[in-house]
Design a protein. Structure first.
Lengths: 373, 162, 351
C-alpha cells in the first residue's frame, strides 16, 4: 500500500492482494480525507488468454476452459457455450437433457449466490453467515460430485447432451435438499439481511439509478436491484424457460433509495428462493430418456457466426462464435457481465467513504476470472 | 424525533433477532470432517488421479487427441508380423506396441474427456487425491512397460556379428 | 490479601522487617498471584472464544493440540509467537515502538488490583476504587496512539487515531453508567459496592432499580467499544482498507496486544459483575441457603457469563462504520446515560 501526498487528493492503493475474496483486482482510490474522489479499477491480473487459447482446441475441449472463467458458477458458463454451439449446428436436445440442464444451472445459481451473500457479510464484518452459506453450498457440491465427479469445474454440459445421466434416486435428493434449504434462507435473512447494522451500512450507499445502469449495459441482479425488470430467462427464453413459472426479483428500495447495495444483495437472496421454485418444477417435468443421443460424433459446425445469451448468476452472459467449418473455433468472444459492472463501479463509488468502497464492491459480486478471462 | 426512537427500537429488535439465530446454532451439530483421521468416501464417478491399465491399452492415441491441454504423450510402433498376437482383456487385438505413455498430471485439467474415447476403457479417473510430491517431475506418470523394438534391433544384430 | 499476609508471617524474620517493607512485600506477592491467575484466565478465554465461535459457525474449533478439544491450543500459539523473529522496522521511533505494547498491557492489568474477587481476595481496597479503574483503563489509549505513531505507517496512524477516538468517546457513557451505581451506595470503594449487594440476587443492583438495569445495558455496550470488539472493531478490521495500529508488530509484541485485549475483556466483565451482578456474593437469597460456592469461583462464573455474551455478540453482528460508531456514542448512549443518572438520583432521594 502506497500513499502519495500531492495537494488535497491522496492516492491510496487497494492492491491486488485483497483480504476480501473477490479475486485479484487493484483499486486506485483518490481520496480527499475520508471521501473518495475517484475509484479506478485496474484489471488484468488474472488474464489467461482464454479467447486465443480456445482457437487451438476442438469444440468439445473448449468446455473445460469455459468452466474456469467464472469458477463459482461453472455450470452456467458451460451452458452458455453449449447452447451457442447447438444453435450454430441446429441440434435439438430431448426433454430429459433440457430438464437436467435447468436443474444443474439453477443449483449452481443458488451456490453462486450463497458465495455472494456469505462473502458480502464477511466484508461488512459479520463472519458467521459466511460459514453457514458455505455449509449449505457443500451439500450442493456433494450433489454435483455424485453426478459428474467434480465439485467446482464440472465439464458436465456437453454439446448435444450431458456427460452422465443422473444416478437413480438423484431427483429425490435434490428435492430433499431444496426442502431443507428454503428455511435456511430465512435464517440468513434474520442474521444478515434484516440486521439493523447491516441495513444501515448498505442501504444508503452505492446508489445506481436505473438510467445509469442501462447506459452502462449492466445486467443481472445489479440491474434488477435498480428496479429494472429484465431477465434473459423471461425476455428471450432458452431451454424452455417459458414453460416454467417463476418471478423476476426486483429491488424495491425498502430501506433506502432504489438501487442501493442492499437492494442488489436482496435481489440475490430472492432469486435463490425463485431458483428453488424452478428446480421443483424442472424435477416434476423430468421424463426418462437418453442424455447422450444427440451428441454428434464429431463436432464440426457449418461456417457462420452466432451469438447466444443466457442468464448466469452475475448477469447476461453472451458467447459469440465465428466458425470456418473446421473442427476448432475460428473466433470465440465472451461478453462477460462482471466486466460491464466494473466499468460502472467508478461512477457509483464517487463521493462515498473509504469504508463504503468495500461495501459497494461486494454488492456487485464480481469474479475476476470472468472479468479477465 | 420519532424516527430516532423508532430506529433505536428497530436496532435493538434486529440485534436480538440475530443473536437468537446464533444461539440456536450453538446447539446444531457441527459439519466438520476431521480430515486425517476421518476420510470422506469418494463417489464412484470421482475425477481425481488418472490411471491407465497398460495391458489393455491398444495404443490408438484417441485419449491424447481428445485432451484439451495435451497432457498425454503417446509413442507407439507397429508390432512385427512375426510376433505373437496379444489381446486386451475384452478381446480386442492389440496391434500397436505402446512405447511411451506419459501423463503429466500438472497439465491435466481433470475434465475426463480422455476416458470417453478409449475403446477398451483402460484409462480411468480414480478417486485417489492424496498424491502430493516434492519434485514436479514426479507428477509425470510413466505407464508404458514395453521397450521400443525398432531401436533395439540394430544392437542385437551387432552383438550377433561380434 | 489476608491469606498471603498470614502466609508471610509464618516466614522467619518477617516480623523484624519495618512495616513499610512488610506491606510492600505482601502487596507485591498478591499482585504476582493475581497476575498469574489472570494470565491463566486469559489463556482460557482465548480457547473459549475459538470454541464458541466455532460452534456458532457449525464447526469444531481446536481439537487436536493437547488432546481433549485442543485445550492447549493457546499455549501452543503463545509458544509459537515467542519463538518468532523480533522485527522492529528500521524507520520507526524505536523507543515508542517498543514501549507501546507494554503500556497497553499495563492499562489492562493494573486495574485488577482493586477488583474484589472474594471477601478478602483483593490486593487492596482503595476508597476511590471505581475512579482508579476508570483512570487506569484510559492508559491504554496512550499505548494505542504510541503504537500507531511509532509504526511510521500512514495506515497504522490512521487506525490508531480511530481507535483512540473510539475509546475516548465511549469512556463517557460508561463512566456515567457507573455513576448510577455509585449514587445508591454513596462510596467509590469496590468492596463497599459489593457489600451493599449481599444476600442474594434480589439485592443486586441489576434488579433493584429499572434505571440501573438500563445503565447495565449502556455500560455493557460502551465497554464493548472500549475493548474494540465487534460490532465496534473498526481498528482491527481485516477486510477494511485501514490495516490497524498493530500491523507492524509481530511475535511477542503482537502477543502482548492480543493478551491485553482479552485481559481488557475480562476487566470490563469483572467491573460489570462487581457493580451490577453482586460480585462474589451468593446468587440464591440468604433466606434459602448460605453461600456454598466460594466467592472467587462464583465471581469468575459470573464474569464468564458476561464474556460469553460478548463473544456471542461478536459472532452475530456486522461491523459499524466509524461515523455510525460516533453517532451511537454521542447521540444515543450519552443522552440515555444522563437521563438514567437523573432517574437514579431522583429515585434514591425520594424513595
Amino acid at each position: 500500500m502506497e500513499a502519495d501526498y500531492s495537494g488535497d487528493i491522496m492516492t491510496i492503493n487497494m492492491g491486488p492482494q485483497h483480504p476480501s475474496t473477490h479475486g485479484v483486482l487493484r483499486l486506485e482510490l483518490k481520496t480527499d480525507g475520508e471521501i473518495v474522489a475517484e475509484a479506478i479499477p485496474h484489471i488484468g491480473y488474472l488474464h489467461r488468454c482464454f479467447e486465443k487459447h480456445v482457437e487451438n482446441v476442438d469444440y468439445p475441449g473448449v468446455i473445460p476452459y469455459t468452466d474456469r472463467m467464472d469458477y463459482c458458477a461453472a455450470m452456467n458458463m458451460e451452458l452458455g457455450y453449449v447452447l451457442t454451439v447447438e444453435k450454430l449446428m441446429g441440434i435439438r436436445v430431448n426433454n430429459r437433457v433440457r430438464c437436467i440442464r435447468i436443474i444443474m444451472a439453477e443449483l449452481d445459481r443458488i451456490a453462486s449466490h450463497l458465495i455472494a451473500a456469505g462473502t458480502y457479510g464477511n466484508d461488512i464484518g459479520s463472519f458467521t453467515p459466511f460459514l453457514w452459506c458455505f455449509r449449505d453450498r457443500e451439500t450442493i457440491l456433494d450433489l454435483f460430485e455424485e453426478t459428474c465427479g467434480a465439485r467446482l469445474l464440472y465439464n458436465y454440459n456437453w454439446i448435444g447432451g450431458l456427460m452422465f445421466d443422473f444416478k437413480p434416486g438423484f431427483e429425490k435428493k435434490v428435492v430433499e435438499f431444496i426442502d431443507y434449504f428454503e428455511p435456511q434462507v430465512d435464517n440468513l435473512n434474520r442474521i444478515l439481511s434484516d440486521n439493523f447494522i447491516f441495513v444501515k451500512r448498505t442501504a444508503t450507499v452505492g446508489i445506481m439509478s436505473p438510467q445509469l445502469a442501462i447506459n452502462y449495459g449492466v445486467t443481472g441482479p445489479n440491474l434488477r436491484g435498480s428496479g429494472v425488470k429484465f431477465d434473459v430467462r423471461k425476455d428471450e427464453p432458452y431451454l424452455g424457460y417459458q414453460d416454467i413459472d417463476f418471478e423476476v426479483a426486483v429491488g424495491k428500495g425498502e430501506h433506502g433509495p432504489i438501487g442501493s447495495c442492499w437492494d442488489r444483495y436482496m435481489v440475490r437472496i430472492r432469486e435463490v428462493k425463485e431458483s428453488c421454485k424452478i428446480i421443483r418444477q424442472a424435477v416434476a417435468q423430468l421424463t426418462p430418456g437418453d442424455v447422450q443421443e444427440s451428441i454428434p460424433k464429431r463436432v464440426k459446425p457449418p461456417a457462420g457466426e452466432v451469438y447466444m445469451r443466457t442468464e448466469c448468476p452475475r448477469g447476461e452472459l453472451g458467447y459469440y462464435i465465428v466458425s470456418d467449418g473446421g473442427l476448432k473455433p475460428y473466433r470465440l468472444k465472451v461478453k462477460s457481465p462482471c466486466f460491464t459492472v466494473m466499468s460502472v463501479f467508478q461512477e457509483v463509488s464517487r463521493g462515498s467513504m473509504i469504508a463504503d468502497v468495500v461495501a459497494i464492491l461486494g454488492s456487485f459480486d464480481i469474479v475476476l476470472g470472468e472479468i479477465d478471462r | 424525533m420519532l424516527t430516532y426512537f423508532k430506529n433505536l427500537g428497530l436496532g435493538v429488535v434486529t440485534v436480538l433477532n440475530s443473536m437468537r439465530v446464533a444461539w440456536r446454532h450453538l446447539f446444531t451439530p457441527s459439519v466438520t470432517l476431521q480430515y486425517p483421521t476421518v476420510k470422506w468416501k469418494m463417489p464412484e464417478r470421482s475425477r481425481m488421479r488418472l490411471f491407465n491399465k497398460i495391458d489393455d491399452c491398444i495404443g490408438c492415441s484417441a485419449c491424447a487427441r481428445a485432451c484439451p491441454t495435451k497432457c498425454i504423450t503417446i509413442q507407439s510402433e507397429k508390432r512385427g508380423k512375426d510376433e505373437p498376437e496379444i489381446y486386451a482383456s475384452d478381446g480386442t487385438v492389440i496391434k500397436l506396441r505402446t512405447v511411451v505413455y506419459d501423463i503429466d498430471m500438472t497439465l491435466c485439467c481433470y475434465c475426463a474427456l480422455c476416458t470417453f474415447p478409449c475403446p477398451t476403457k483402460c484409462l480411468v479417473m480414480t478417486g485417489e487425491y492424496e498424491y502430493a510430491v516434492y519434485d514436479k517431475n514426479d507428477h509425470i506418470y510413466h505407464f508404458a512397460k514395453d521397450k521400443p523394438m525398432t531401436v533395439k534391433a540394430p544392437k542385437e544384430q551387432s552383438t550377433e556379428k561380434a | 490479601m489476608e491469606s498471603i499476609a498470614q502466609l508471610l508471617r509464618l516466614m522467619p524474620k518477617y516480623d523484624t522487617l519495618p512495616g513499610l517493607t512488610q506491606a510492600i512485600i505482601s502487596v507485591l506477592l498478591s499482585c504476582i498471584v493475581i497476575f498469574a491467575l489472570l494470565a491463566l484466565a486469559v489463556l482460557f478465554l482465548v480457547w473459549m472464544e475459538r470454541k464458541v465461535s466455532a460452534h456458532i459457525q457449525d464447526r469444531l474449533g481446536p481439537m487436536y493440540v493437547g488432546g481433549w478439544h485442543g485445550w492447549a491450543q493457546t499455549l501452543a500459539d503463545a509458544l509459537k509467537l515467542l519463538l518468532k523473529e523480533d522485527i522492529v522496522p528500521a524507520a520507526t521511533d524505536k523507543l515508542l515502538f517498543k514501549m507501546a505494547p507494554f503500556i497497553v498491557f499495563l492499562g489492562a492489568f493494573a486495574a485488577f488490583v482493586v477488583v474484589p474477587f472474594g471477601a478478602s481476595s483483593f490486593v487492596t481496597d482503595l476508597n476511590i476504587g471505581v475512579l482508579y479503574i476508570v483512570a487506569v483503563g484510559s492508559l491504554s489509549v496512550i499505548g494505542i496512539i504510541m503504537a500507531g505513531w511509532a509504526s511510521n505507517n500512514k495506515y497504522s496512524l490512521y487506525g490508531g487515531m480511530r481507535a483512540a477516538a473510539q475509546i475516548i468517546s465511549y469512556e463517557i457513557p460508561s463512566a456515567i453508567a457507573i455513576m448510577t451505581v455509585i449514587i445508591p451506595v454513596g462510596s467509590l470503594s469496590m468492596v463497599d459496592i459489593v457489600n451493599a449487594q449481599k444476600g442474594g440476587f434480589q439485592h443486586w443492583f441489576l434488579f433493584r432499580n429499572p434505571f440501573i438495569f438500563l445503565a447495565f445495558i449502556v455500560y455493557f455496550v460502551a465497554s464493548l467499544a472500549e475493548v474494540n470488539r465487534t460490532p465496534f472493531d473498526i481498528p482491527e478490521a481485516e477486510s477494511e482498507l485501514v490495516a490497524g495500529y498493530h500491523t507492524e508488530y509481530s511475535g511477542m509484541r503482537f502477543a502482548f496486544f492480543f493478551l491485553a485485549e482479552y485481559a481488557n475483556m475480562f476487566l470490563v466483565a469483572s467491573v460489570a459483575t462487581t457493580l451490577f451482578l453482586g460480585g462474589w456474593t451468593q446468587v440464591l437469597p440468604s433466606s434459602i441457603a448460605h453461600q456454598f460456592i466460594p466467592g472467587p469461583i462464583l465471581f469468575f462464573l459470573k464474569a464468564l457469563l458476561l464474556i460469553f455474551i460478548q463473544m456471542w455478540l461478536r459472532w452475530s453482528l456486522p461491523r459499524l462504520r466509524v461515523d455510525q460508531l460516533m453517532y451511537l456514542s454521542w447521540k444515543v448512549l450519552l443522552p440515555i446515560s444522563l437521563v438514567l443518572v437523573l432517574g437514579v438520583g431522583l429515585l434514591t432521594v425520594y424513595w
